[in-house]
Write a protein that binds this ligand. Structure first.
Ligand code: GDP
Ligand code: MG
Length: 440
């Protein structure tokens, strides 16, 4: 991955006071190679390198960072920027039924993604969703969507024999209005390659449906080929976003960089598994970390920040030792430290054996780390300092504020209690006691 390529270069930058055109040359060569390996399109690579150079050259190196680390920071930032920087949400802000139109080549994953997206909207947004198939060219395609509908709990629009795509859309809109659907997802036919008839058809459907979202579905494993397809669709249709499928089959993430760059449209979701739960919102920061080689890059950057954190850590240790006043802010800080240490899996290696068991018992994984932070952030200062204040109505407020269920707030509070108990026991020297508590 990119980090292993860069680590040698980073060492060679040691001792330089600032980044210059000449001393980052070797690093840029490595970045270029890594992106080529990831099957990123050439013009995108060129653009990317140019941006990194501009940002990096002349940059005063922060006191605690080595020039190499600073450079990795810039690369990470620019990877994020090239994928849109911020997470882009699905836009549903319209008079219902909100129409989501799916476009893309055959085999890209349109039908599967339609089903997954319906599931996501039903489970996470509590929407009433109807699925509509305009793929009249392959009878099996309509059956495939009907089956998916029943699997995910969405309604399915019954297509009449011989009904043409435009007529299907008009009828489906009418049906959805009468039956008060919040959202209809319209699956379309794809071809094996870009083809004028397909483009004409979907353009017509777009005009008819006036979708709030027109999503271009593209297979991540297509790598550079995805770029040409993306361009053709972006030129023909007013796309609002992209679903990048089969990311589980492509560890390199090159398509994520290219497609966003070429279409100028944000990736809104990624397909990460064949199963119906295998659709996730797209986070540019996480993808950037993945391309760089997550743990490693965080390690590199955080190593530099460690001196600053040291003070925080010492403060926390003191509190832990005194066994007093361990509150939710401290709990959150523990989680943040975990994150900086490269997530839970990396940390488990570093912990003493007994604590590893305890941590595993608490089933803390990296997703939970982020969510935990979110929940604690939704609390007032008073609540963090005195968790016993948090009763039913406060729990509800915190849950709403952090976008989780009350059960999750409860879970966090009981984890906190467990951690607090653990702290106390460690302090009383009761490791054996603690182990018993953990097992029981
Ligand atoms: P369409 O022609 O664009 O409608 O494509 P389909 O939805 O029929 O998908 C084509 C194939 O890709 C099917 O076998 C899907 O199961 C598979 N597929 C779609 N999305 C994903 C994904 O995110 N991961 C994996 N592993 N397979 C996927
Ligand atoms: Mg299909």
């Amino acid at each position: 991955n990119l980090t292993s390529r860069l680590s040698g270069v980073i060492k060679s930058l040691r001792g330089e006071a600032r980044l210059t055109e000449s001393n980052i040359q070797a690093a840029m060569r490595e970045v270029r190679m890594a992106l080529l390996e990831a099957d990123v399109a050439l013009p995108v690579i060129k653009d990317f390198i140019e941006r990194v150079k501009q940002k990096a050259i002349g940059r005063e190196v922060m006191e605690s960072l080595s020039p190499g680390q600073a450079l990795v920071g810039v690369v990470h930032q620019e990877l994020m920027a090239i994928m849109g920087g911020e997470k882009a949400d699905l836009n549903l802000n319209t008079v219902p039924p909100a129409v989501i139109l799916m476009a893309g080549l055959q085999g890209a994953g349109k039908t599967t993604s339609s089903g997954k997206l319906a599931k996501w909207l039903i489970d996470n947004k509590k929407k009433k969703v109807m699925l509509v198939s305009c793929d009249i060219y392959r009878p099996a395609a309509i059956d495939q969507l009907e089956l998916l509908s029943s699997q995910v709990g969405a309604d399915f629009f019954p297509v009449k024999v011989g009904q043409q795509p435009a007529a299907i859309c008009v009828a489906a809109l009418d049906y959805a209005r009468k039956h008060h659907h919040d959202i209809i997802i319209v699956d379309t036919a794809g071809r094996l390659g870009i083809d004028q008839a397909m483009m004409d058809e979907i353009t017509e459907l777009e005009v008819l449906l006036k979708p709030i979202e027109t999503l271009f579905v593209v297979d991540a494993m297509q790598g550079q080929d995805a770029v040409n397809t993306a361009k053709a669709f972006a030129d023909a249709l007013p796309l609002t976003g992209v679903i990048l499928t089969k990311l589980d089959g492509d560890a390199r993430g090159g398509a994520a960089l290219s497609v966003r760059h070429v279409t100028g449209k944000p990736i809104k979701f990624t397909g990460v598994a064949e199963k119906l739960t295998g659709l996730e919102p797209f986070y540019p920061d996480r993808m950037a970390s993945r391309i760089l080689g997550m743990g490693d890059v965080l390690g590199l950057i955080e190593e530099a920040q460690r001196s600053a954190d040291q003070k925080e850590a010492e403060k926390l240790m003191k509190k832990m030792k005194s066994g007093k006043g361990f509150d939710l802010d401290d709990f959150k800080m523990q989680f943040q430290q975990m994150k900086k240490m490269g997530g839970m899996s990396a940390m488990l290696d570093k912990l003493p054996h007994q604590l590893t068991q305890a941590a595993q018992n608490m089933k803390v994984d990296d997703k939970i780390i982020n969510r935990t932070e979110g929940i604690i952030n939704a609390m007032t200062r008073e609540e963090r300092a005195k968790p016993e204040l948090i009763k039913a109505s406060r729990k509800r407020r915190i849950a709403v504020g952090s976008g989780v269920s009350v059960q999750e707030v409860n879970r966090l509070l009981s984890q906190f209690e467990q951690a607090r108990k653990m702290m106390k026991m460690v302090n009383k020297g009761g490791m054996a006691k603690m182990m018993r508590a953990v097992k029981g």
